[in-house]
Design a protein around this ligand. Structure first.
Ligand SMILES: Nc1ncnc2c1ncn2[C@@H]1O[C@H](COP(=O)(O)OP(=O)(O)OP(=O)(O)O)[C@@H](O)[C@H]1O
Ligand SMILES: [Mg+2]
Length: 263
C-alpha cells in the first residue's frame, strides 16, 4: 500500500480535482483505492456526488481526536467505514473537521495520528489524501501520513510563487516522516494559448526536474471541470474518450511510473 498526499498550501491549484480523477483511473485499472477528504470545505466529498448528510463520525475526526468518551486517549482509534463512490472508497469530510486544527494541539504526538491510523488499514493498494489549502495541522497530518507527496502545480505565476514554500514545508514534514519525498509535480490548469502560461511552463520544465519529475500538463478546461463537479463525476466518467480524459490517464501513468516499486 502506498499513501500519497496531494499537497500544495496554495488554494485552487487542483489538489481536489487531481485526487478525484487520478484516484478514479487507478481504481478503474483494478487497484483498490481509498480517498481521504481532509478539507473542511469537503469539495472532494461533494464532487464525487456524496450529498447525503455526513456525520462527523464518518470522517477522520474520531481516528485523530477520539469520540470524547473516557478511555479514548489510550485506545487505538480506527478510521471509519468508508463510503463507496465510482469504484473507490472515500472517507468523507465535514465542515467540523476544522476543529481538529485546534484540538490536535493537546494530543501528545498528535501530528502522527493519521499516519498511525492509515498504517493499520489493509485491503488497499493506494490511499490518496486531499488536504486543505493551508499550512495548518490538517495539512501536516495528511503529509506526515504519506509515503510520497504529489504536488499539483498550475503553470502560472501563482504556481511558480508557491514552489519555495512547498519545498521548504516538505523538508519540515520530513522531520516526522523521514522517508517522505516528492513523487511528481502534476502540472494543472495549463492554458497554452497564453504566453504567460507557456513561459511559466518553460521555467518549470527547466528547473523542477532537478527536484522531482514533472507531468504532462493538464489543460485548462473550465467548462468540463465545473460541469463534472455539478454532476458529481470524475472527468473520465463525465467525458470519456475526451482529450481531458486522455490527459488524466496520461498523468496517472506518469505517476505510476514515478512511484516505481512503491505501487
Ligand atoms: N484543468 C482544469 N481546467 C479548468 N479548471 C480547473 C482545472 N482543474 C481544476 N480546475 C478548477 O479550478 C478550481 C480549483 O480546483 P480544485 O478545487 O481542484 O483545487 P484545490 O487545490 O483543491 O482548491 P482548494 O485549495 O480550495 O482545496 C476548481 O473550480 C476546479 O474546477
Ligand atoms: Mg481542494
Amino acid at each position: 500500500m502506498v499513501v500519497l498526499t496531494f499537497f500544495n498550501h496554495a488554494g485552487g491549484v487542483a489538489k481536489t480535482s487531481t485526487v478525484r480523477d487520478i484516484g478514479y483511473v487507478l481504481a478503474e485499472q483494478g487497484r483498490r483505492v481509498l480517498l481521504i477528504d481532509m478539507d473542511p470545505q469537503a469539495n472532494l466529498t461533494k464532487w464525487l456526488g456524496v450529498e447525503d448528510d455526513i456525520a462527523l463520525e464518518q470522517t477522520v475526526y474520531p481516528a485523530i481526536i477520539g469520540s470524547g468518551e473516557d478511555g479514548d486517549a489510550d485506545r487505538e482509534l480506527a478510521l471509519p467505514e468508508p463510503v463507496r463512490v465510482h469504484g473507490m472508497d472515500l472517507i468523507p469530510a465535514h465542515l467540523n473537521i476544522a476543529i481538529i486544527e485546534r484540538e490536535i494541539l493537546s494530543v501528545f504526538l498528535g501530528v502522527l495520528r493519521l499516519r498511525e491510523a492509515v498504517r493499520k488499514l489493509s485491503g488497499y493498494d493506494v490511499v490518496l489524501i486531499d488536504p486543505p489549502p493551508s499550512l495548518g495541522q490538517l495539512s501536516a497530518l495528511a503529509v506526515v501520513a504519506s509515503d510520497r507527496v504529489v504536488v499539483p502545480l498550475p503553470t502560472n505565476r501563482k504556481g511558480l510563487d508557491g514552489i519555495p514554500t512547498v519545498i521548504k514545508m516538505v523538508r519540515e514534514y520530513k522531520k516526522a516522516a523521514r522517508d517522505l519525498n516528492i513523487a511528481l509535480f502534476v502540472l494543472t490548469q495549463h492554458d497554452r494559448r497564453t504566453r504567460h502560461d507557456r513561459e511559466s511552463h518553460e521555467i518549470i520544465t527547466a528547473q523542477l526536474p532537478a527536484l522531482a519529475p514533472i507531468s504532462t500538463p493538464l489543460a485548462s478546461r473550465p467548462a468540463y471541470y465545473s460541469d463534472a463537479q455539478v454532476q458529481g463525476m470524475p472527468i473520465p466518467v463525465y467525458a470519456p474518450g475526451s482529450e481531458a480524459d486522455l490527459e488524466v490517464r496520461q498523468v496517472t501513468a506518469e505517476l505510476v511510473a514515478a512511484l516505481g516499486d512503491l505501487l
